[in-house]
Design a binder for this molecule. Structure first.
Ligand code: CDP
Ligand code: MG
Length: 143
């Protein structure tokens, strides 16, 4: 019998730095070539309320004000992606938080700012509970 991993949904957000640099198209191409189905998408701006809900685990940390300012510096594109093992696989191809330390060929290595940790091109959900919470938050009422 085949050993299949479960089909899952995850959330990617193309952050303002990558949107402003016109890298959204190349990032979506990488996602498609990596076997993800694009299930939903939207372009929006992050207001204070959404920033505080989305990054609830980081509110109060020293980097939160800078992160919020960065996430509010331009439009964001969110996509719901489906694939086998989507959550872990996306984190793998995104690379680690610090773009300057991300593996060659990962999205953050290719498109993140290697001199400014906050500016790392994309967000990717980190576990099933976060993926569900974040998808519901960004695509509230299926909008
Ligand atoms: O995004 P990821 O899950 O890899 O990292 P995180 O620890 O959940 O942090 C969320 C985001 O905050 C990062 O993607 C960075 O944009 C930013 N951050 C930062 O500016 N400075 C840090 N020391 C840690 C994170
Ligand atoms: Mg995180």
């Amino acid at each position: 019998m085949e050993n299949r991993l479960p089909m899952e949904e995850t959330l990617i957000m193309i952050k303002p730095d990558a949107m402003l640099a016109k890298n959204a198209g190349e990032i979506i191409t990488i996602l498609e070539k990596s076997g993800f189905e694009l299930k939903k998408s939207k372009i929006f701006r992050m207001d204070d309320e959404l920033a505080e809900k989305f990054y609830v685990e980081h509110v109060g940390k020293d980097f939160f004000p800078g992160l919020k300012k960065f996430m509010q510096s331009g439009p964001i594109m969110a996509l719901v992606l489906e694939r086998e093992n989507a959550i872990n696989y996306l984190r793998e191809i995104v690379g680690c938080t610090d773009s300057s330390k991300a593996e060659p060929g990962t999205i953050r290595n290719l498109y993140g700012n290697h001199n400014f940790l906050t500016s790392n091109a994309v967000h990717a959900s980190d576990c099933p509970v976060s993926a569900k919470r974040e998808i519901n938050l960004i695509f509230q009422n299926n909008k």
